[in-house]
Design a protein around this ligand. Structure first.
Ligand code: NAP
Ligand code: MN
Length: 258
């Protein structure tokens, strides 16, 4: 039996849609399975989608996601409440097109920990000036001073990266983008300042003077880096697979959202 699960934002609207999905799919012979779902329906918004991805981080290659938005369409949720009946019939009877999206990973030296992010990874110190050396593919790049840095994926390029002045990356390009967060630039010190778009196999190594008072923010999650001595960021072996049954126009989505 094919398996599925439903992750919802928790409001009444999304709860009703969850009921609707379960009623229709159990009739069609699908099995609700939260441990090993082949399909996850996300009902809420891009924020709910991020939470679902983190919940299933290491199973991502075996799962396909379908996003239903209870507000205005985002970049991850493709269907609206009024589309749900039609969507379920297409899900039962048709083959979707699968779109793959890359997932970032950050390895934390000496903490022996790997963390994943779908939108972005930020290293930030909002109290003191953060000073750190950066290498790209083992080549020394620059010394950064400022509040921090943000590394985003293509899908994350429209999130906080865009607010930092970073470029929006077109759908389909599995690139990384490195942006500064309030960099220090004056006669004694300078770093690139502009955002830097990197190839999909780029490896960014970060070595701070100290990570005291520094946070690692990854999507909606965060942790303190105080006892960490450095980290390495790159694309992970995981991909988020989004199933779509209708024509998808990234440009249309972009114009509607902004
Ligand atoms: P959240 O309320 O879940 O998200 C904040 C807003 O960012 C929501 O409007 C959300 O859309 C939108 N968003 C999320 N991913 C996006 C993407 N890839 N492209 C365009 N918009 C996106 O807040 P949170 O719990 O702190 O979640 C963290 C994520 O939200 C982070 O990854 C961060 O990039 C993003 N965020 C962005 C800004 C900003 O642009 N200045 C500020 C805060 C957070 P929905 O309404 O569809 O959920
Ligand atoms: Mn949200």
């Amino acid at each position: 039996m094919p398996t599925y699960s439903v992750i919802i934002r928790g409001d009444e609207n999304s709860l009703n849609i969850k009921d609707k999905i379960e009623t229709r799919l159990s009739k069609a012979g699908y099995l609700y399975n939260e441990e090993e779902p082949e399909t996850i329906f996300v009902v809420g918004g891009d924020g709910t989608f991020l939470k679902a991805i983190h919940q299933y981080a290491e199973q991502l290659n075996e799962i396909q996601f379908i996003g239903i938005h209870t507000g205005t369409l985002g970049f991850m949720c493709d269907y609206q409440i009024e589309d749900v009946d039609e969507l379920l019939e297409m899900f039962i009877h048709q083959q979707p097109r699968i779109f793959n999206y890359s997932v970032l990973q950050v390895e934390l030296e000496n903490l022996n920990k790997t963390i994943y992010a779908f939108n972005e990874i930020r290293i930030e110190n909002i109290i003191n000036t953060l000073t750190m050396d950066l290498w790209i593919n083992d080549e020394y790049f620059e010394k950064f001073k400022g509040t921090g840095i943000c590394l985003c994926t293509q899908i994350g390029s429209t999130a906080v990266n865009r607010s930092l002045g970073g470029a929006v990356i077109q759908h389909g390009l599995p690139l990384l983008e490195l942006s500064e967060i309030a960099g220090v630039h004056h006669w004694k010190h300078r770093s690139l300042r502009s955002s830097l778009i990197l190839k999909e196999d780029a490896v960014i190594r970060v070595k701070p003077e100290t990570f005291n008072n520094t946070f690692l923010c990854y999507d909606h999650e965060s942790m303190q880096l105080d006892h960490c001595t450095g980290c390495t960021i790159k694309n992970s072996p995981y991909q988020v697979r989004i199933a779509r049954y209708k024509q998808y126009s990234y440009l249309k989505r972009l114009k509607n959202v902004f």
